[in-house]
Ligand binder design. Structure first.
Ligand SMILES: Nc1ncnc2c1ncn2[C@@H]1O[C@H](COP(=O)(O)OP(=O)(O)OP(=O)(O)O)[C@@H](O)[C@H]1O
Length: 285
């Protein structure tokens, strides 16, 4: 089940744990090496811990234990290292987080902000940044929309602007948190194909959380399955059989406990219903 390790991971987590205030454990002591240029998909039920893991990789969520190590910059344990790591680690979000009243080009230029001081970023962007931003829009097929306001673009086009903004960071890693969750199937496929192709061309490591098993199987080089805050599968998509799927899609422990308690202590909804209504429910099934 373990994924074969090559000597040079670009990003590693070691005994990483995330517990939110209130005691909710989103990730239990987890260690993973992410290899250069790989397209990784995090798969799991809602609440399994995908977003928490993804966001901990650039400390948008602060881990409560363990460490994240960038091959380029070292352990993320100080502001300087974190700033440098974040500059080369771009994010693509489910709701793209674009400024809707700005043009596509203005949004893509935001990807360059990490390369400038605060004062410099108040001035017009350098010509080289403008050219790079246009090139990034061109790569996602939206050069002709550079001067369109983002609120005039379709959902798929908006997500492609989000990808172009990520590319403008000239990243070595892209973290994408459910990038196609708001898109229809055909647009989702186009967006994921484009993301995968660009990452392959540029040698970018992608770590992408997805809900759709079929996309995970089709696009991932490696699938990391999470359930109940733990990695339960870590291998190439062709290793994913029914047994492994059952592990990934097992009911959350909290839900199982709640149902066990409910079964033991309380009559089921059907038991509580008058006999006639319960029979009608049975028939309606
Ligand atoms: N900010 C937070 N504060 C408290 N608990 C949180 C917070 N964010 C997430 N959680 C909890 O942590 C657990 C893991 O959540 P997470 O969002 O990482 O899962 P997920 O697999 O990404 O789910 P989804 O697919 O629905 O986005 C869940 O029980 C969730 O309720």
């Amino acid at each position: 089940m373990a994924f074969s390790k090559t000597p040079q991971p670009i990003l590693s987590i070691e005994n990483l744990g995330i517990t939110y205030p209130g005691g909710i454990e989103a990730l239990r002591s987890t260690s993973i090496d992410f290899q250069r240029g790989e397209f990784n998909v995090l798969l799991g039920l809602s609440g399994a811990g995908k977003s928490s893991l993804l966001r901990a990789l650039n400390h948008l969520v602060k881990p409560t234990s363990g460490k994240v190590t960038s091959a380029e910059f070292g352990v993320l344990d100080n502001q300087r290292t974190l700033r440098r790591h974040r500059r080369k680690t771009a994010m693509v979000f489910q709701h793209h987080q674009l400024i809707l009243r700005h043009t596509a080009l203005q949004n893509v230029l935001m990807g360059r902000l990490g390369y400038h001081s605060f004062l410099r970023s108040l001035l017009p962007m350098p010509q080289a940044d403008l050219e790079l931003a246009l090139h990034c829009l061109d790569r996602v097929g939206l050069a002709d929309k550079a001067l369109s306001r983002v609120d005039q673009l379709s959902g798929g086009q908006q997500q492609r602007v989000g990808i172009a903004r990520a590319l403008a960071q000239q990243p070595t890693i892209i973290l994408a948190d459910e990038p196609v969750a708001s898109l229809d199937p055909s647009t989702s496929e186009k967006v994921l194909s484009q993301l995968k192709q660009i990452c392959a061309e540029d040698g970018i490591t992608a770590i992408v959380s997805l809900h759709q098993l079929e996309y995970a199987k089709r696009f991932a080089d490696r699938i990391i399955g999470l359930a109940n805050a733990q990695v339960v599968f870590d291998a190439a998509p062709d290793q994913l059989d029914d047994k492994q799927l059952a592990l990934i899609y097992q009911q959350p422990v909290s839900q199982r406990k709640a149902e066990f308690t409910k079964d033991k202590q309380q009559p089921s909804v059907q038991q509580k219903l008058p006999q006639k209504t319960a029979t009608q429910l049975e028939i309606a099934r």
